[in-house]
Every structure is written in C-alpha cells, then in structure tokens.
Write a protein that binds this ligand. Structure first.
Ligand SMILES: [Ca+2]
Length: 565
C-alpha cells in the first residue's frame, strides 16, 4: 500500500515537472493594414490601437518596406526576402504575384510553414496577395502552405462584394454591412478562432485588413467622422519636385483645385476605414485577455506600404522611394516588451519573418537563411541602455510647426505627444514630452534596401498624348503614377551621425537621387551633383552589394565608423 502511494506521488510529481518544462512558446498576432502611412499621420485615427499596442509596448520610428507596392511588399513579409530574391515584381501574374511559379517556390518557404512545422496553430484572414484566387493561380482551391485555418480574400482590397477562400471553398459576400463588411468579417473570424485555441498549443494569427486601401469604403457609422480634417499640408505638399526623376517632374504644380479636393476626400475616407481596424484591435485584445492568453502573446501592427497625397504634386498613390511611400507604422506589444517605449533602430518588413521564427524558438541556422534579421532582442533585452525622456513644457511657439503625429521625435531625439491639433492645417501646433523611453541607435542594421520595378502600358485612355510613352496609371488631369523607368534600387542609410538616401533609377540617364535626411528630412534637395565623391562612392557600393545579397550576406550590421559630412 505504501509502495502504491509512493508510486502515485511520484507520477503526480513527474507530471508537475513535465508540465512545468513544457511551457509553450508565445503566441503571435500580426495585424497588417493596407497602404497605411506614417508621413500623413495614418496612426492618428486609432486611439484604441495606440492604447492597447503602442502604449502597452514599443513603437518603431524607422520601419521600412522592401518595396512600396502591395504584392512585392507582402511577398517580402511572408518570405523574409528582398524583391531581388523572391522576384515578385508587381501586382500581376506576369510579375509573379501569387503565380504558379511563386506557389512552387517561394511560397513553400514562407514563415507560417516553419511555425506550423514547429507546433503552431496558424490562422489567416483577409487580403493575401493581389492575384490570389485567380483562375490562373489555382482559384480558391489553392490554400497556401503553412495555414491551418485559411480565410483568404480573392483579389485586391475591397470592403463589399467579394469572395473568400475558406479552407479552399468559396464564401461569397455581398453588400450588407452587418454580414459582409470585410474588416468586421476578419474581426469576427479572429474572435471565433481565439475561442477555439488550446492553452497547450501556441498559435499564430494574421489579420490582413483592406483598410485603408482604395476604394476607402468606411463602415456606415463612421461616414461622418473627420469632416473637419483635410490632408496634411506637409512641407513637400503641392510643390514641384525639383531635380527629381522624370515621372515626378511631369506632375502639375500647383495642383488643380479639383485634384486637391479629391486628395482631401481620400484623406478623410482613409481615416474612416481605419476606425473599423481600431475596433478590431480592441476586440482581439479583449478576447486574448478573456481567454487568458494576452500576457503570452506578441501583437505586431504594421502596413505593407506608405502613401502620398499631394507630396511633390503627386496626387495620390505609392510606388515612389520617398519616405512617405516606404515608411510604415510598426508597434509591438508582448512578453518582455517595455511599455511606452520607442525604438529608433532601422528595421524592415523582411525582418518580421525571422523575428516570428525567433519567438517560436526556431533555430538560428534556419533564421540565417532569411534576408531579414530577427529584431527580438530589440524588443526584449533589458541590458541595453535606455535614456529617460526629459520633461519639456508644452509650447505654442515651436520652431517646427508641421510636426503632425500623435507621437513624434523632435530634433533632439525626445519623444513628444501632440497636445493641440490644428484641424484647418492638419498639424500639431503644441505638444508636451511623452513619458516614454527611447532606445537610441545601436546599429541593428546600417541600411535598408528598397526595390521597385515600374510598369507601363501603351494605351492610355483619355490621355492620347501619352500613348506609347512608357507610362501607366494616368488619371487626375493625366498625371501618371508609374512608368517603365520608375524602376529603382535605393538604400536608406542611418548611423547616429548621418542619415542618407541613395536611389539609382534604371533609365537611359542612370538618374540618381541622393538626400541628406538629417539636414533635409522632406527630401527637397537632391544632392547627387554636390555630395562628396567619397560619400557617393560609399552609398553606391553599398546599394550594389545589398542589391545582390542573399541570406547572411544581407545581414550587414552598422560599422558606425563612416562619418562624412
Ligand atoms: Ca498596399
């Protein structure tokens, strides 16, 4: 009897020990919006997201995408590869977007494949790749590898009248708000998925919203929000892009009144669509809390590319290499992430996949194969010095009145929070120091690489003089948004001392644009003809190196020794 009792106690003890050892890795949620900018204050209309993700974690102030266009950028997020390695060059099948070639190669090595193989339950809902679900790409029956629970949108972002592939079966939606509004459908599916997760198995959930992409259809209850707002009149708004490449030089300056009215309307409608994303973030966080998983879950919030509205008189779009198109929000909360913190390190969309795998405790040898690098250490290491933000009193007499984010970093590196918003100018006119800590640049990466392949068509309806001119996407008074030679490679280089952008266009002129981003953050003055030869040589060589890199050869840390003024 005593032996049986002893054995029973041993079994109980052993189970407790096994239970203690088998701690599951953290869960991960990725919220990916479509075309949400930083430069036009795209995070401003999302107070719940600010409170539940940004304030509860870390905000990155230097997050860039590999390409300022949906399908190439999303392919980089999924594969952790630069465009020159996954070779998804545009949003069409011929550009490899969700093509059969993609499906038989890069798609088999996307991050969910690794997470699923390592015990994660994986869930996807929303826009995947622009050509997903098309007949040539296998239709809705094609469920990309790595996803246990698949709810992929057929085609590009819309809000009503669409088809989802739900586990390979078509689910058709109409235009009834209660049943069909896509952001809310993603929201409901996410909550249902969270109701089904196990406390023993980690999960990865990707929520990919149509907001704030065209056609900017907001939920009916938000149609009247932001009526007093207009697009920010940034320093580069409605001015001619001097010494810039051909496509930018062809714009009309000043922009016609109806173009400006269109821009302001787009701005308001983009923000309205984000209100439903804000509701979704709240719903997901509340559900995570209710099921007891919030403290063991990383939540990443980012976007696939930025946007412009009137900058350098470009009416509306992305596809350019200026910061407004390549910079996106990134906020992360999760275990060990310091609350109310801000990180100025350069990070990229290609870094997301290896970071997820790192959280999932997948080995370094696998991570080394990605072009991107894990930034998990930036989120969680506590030994790295933080500097406390100094208290600076609010002022209405500031020297740079076109600061426009709810949070921003001033010239001295202090984080500020806007305290007074000028609706007429869409600008922050006074602020106070935010109670945040800042992680200064240590050189996680020295530079980011941005690649884009321009497209053209021969027939330009409504703009006969532009036929066969190598242009495309021409509307709003025949201002064109793309051209054959809007094809470029760029690096954006950053150390504590310097910040430069160097862009080489593949055109007949070998046109180059170079900006000193510390002296000229709005990229007004192209210094390609005046910069020192040493600087130009250094930047062009770095661009050439990164343009050919793969895996570990892309993992270039900051040397912090280069300091040419
Ligand atoms: Ca996009």
């Amino acid at each position: 009897m005593a032996t049986v009792l002893l054995m029973s106690m041993f079994v109980i003890f052993a189970n407790i020990v096994v239970g203690a050892i088998a701690v599951k890795p953290p869960n991960i949620v990725l919220i990916l919006t479509d075309d949400q900018d930083v430069a036009l204050f795209g995070q401003y209309p999302m107070p719940k997201t600010k409170q539940l993700i940004a304030d509860a974690g870390m905000t990155f102030t230097n997050m860039f995408v590999s390409s300022p266009l949906c399908c190439p950028s999303r392919s980089s997020i999924l594969t952790g590869q630069f465009v020159h390695n996954h070779m998804v060059t545009n949003n069409s099948q011929s550009g490899n977007c969700s093509s059969t070639s993609w499906q038989s190669s890069a798609e088999k090595k996307t991050f969910p494949v690794y997470l699923q193989a390592n015990g994660y339950k994986t869930f996807f809902a929303g826009k995947y790749l622009n050509e997903y679900g098309s007949p040539q790409a296998g239709g809705v029956a094609h469920v990309p590898p790595g996803w246990d629970d698949w709810n992929g949108l057929v085609g590009n972002s819309v809000y009503y009248n669409y088809t989802l592939s739900v586990q390979g079966q078509a689910e058709s939606h109409g235009d009834n708000y209660q049943q069909d509004y896509l952001t809310d459908v993603i929201h409901r599916k996410a909550v249902n998925f969270l109701n089904s997760v196990s406390s023993r198995k980690p999960f990865f959930m990707m929520l990919s919203t149509p907001a704030c992409h065209q056609p900017f259809t907001s939920a009916p209850q938000y149609l009247q929000n932001f009526t007093d707002r207009r697009a920010p009149r940034t320093k580069h708004f409605n001015i001619h892009g001097k010494d810039k490449h051909w496509l930018v030089e062809k714009t009309i300056t000043p922009m016609p009144n109806d173009t400006i009215e269109l821009i302001d309307d787009f701005f308001r409608n983009r923000w309205r669509t984000l209100l439903s994303v804000d509701d979704m973030v709240e719903g997901v966080v509340n559900k995570l809390k209710a099921i007891g998983e919030l403290n063991n879950t990383y939540i990443f919030f980012t976007s696939d590319n930025g946007y412009h509205l009137g900058q350098f008189s470009l009416p509306y779009d992305k596809r350019q290499f200026y910061d407004f198109d390549i910079q996106v929000p990134l906020m992360v909360r999760g275990p060990g992430v310091k609350t109310n913190s801000t990180c100025q390190e350069l990070v990229m969309s290609v870094d997301l996949a290896p970071t997820f795998l790192n959280i999932g405790k997948i080995g370094q040898s696998t991570l080394d194969n990605f072009d991107g690098m894990t930034f998990l250490n930036l989120l969680t290491t506590s030994h790295f010095p933080y500097s406390d933000v100094k208290e600076i009193k609010s002022t209405s007499n500031n020297s740079s009145p076109d600061v426009t984010d709810s949070y921003f970093i001033d010239d001295q590196g202090f984080v500020k929070e806007c305290s007074s918003w000028d609706a007429a100018r869409a600008l922050c006119v006074s602020w106070h120091a935010a109670k945040r800590t800042v992680r200064h640049t240590i050189g996680f990466r020295e530079s980011v690489l941005i690649e884009y392949f321009g497209e053209h068509v021969n027939d330009i309806p409504g703009c006969p003089s532009y036929e066969n001119q190598g242009l495309s996407q021409c509307d709003t008074h025949c201002v064109c948004r793309d051209s054959w030679n809007n094809t470029y490679g760029c690096i954006r280089y950053e150390t504590q001392q310097n910040s430069y952008k160097y862009c080489a266009l593949q055109d007949t002129d070998n046109f180059v644009e170079v900006y000193d981003l510390r002296a000229d953050p709005y990229e007004l003055i192209n210094i390609a003809k005046t910069a020192s030869p040493d600087l130009l040589t250094k930047l062009s060589q770095d661009l050439a190196d990164l343009s050919m890199c793969a895996g570990e050869t892309c993992h270039k840390k900051s040397s912090s020794s280069f300091n040419i003024n």
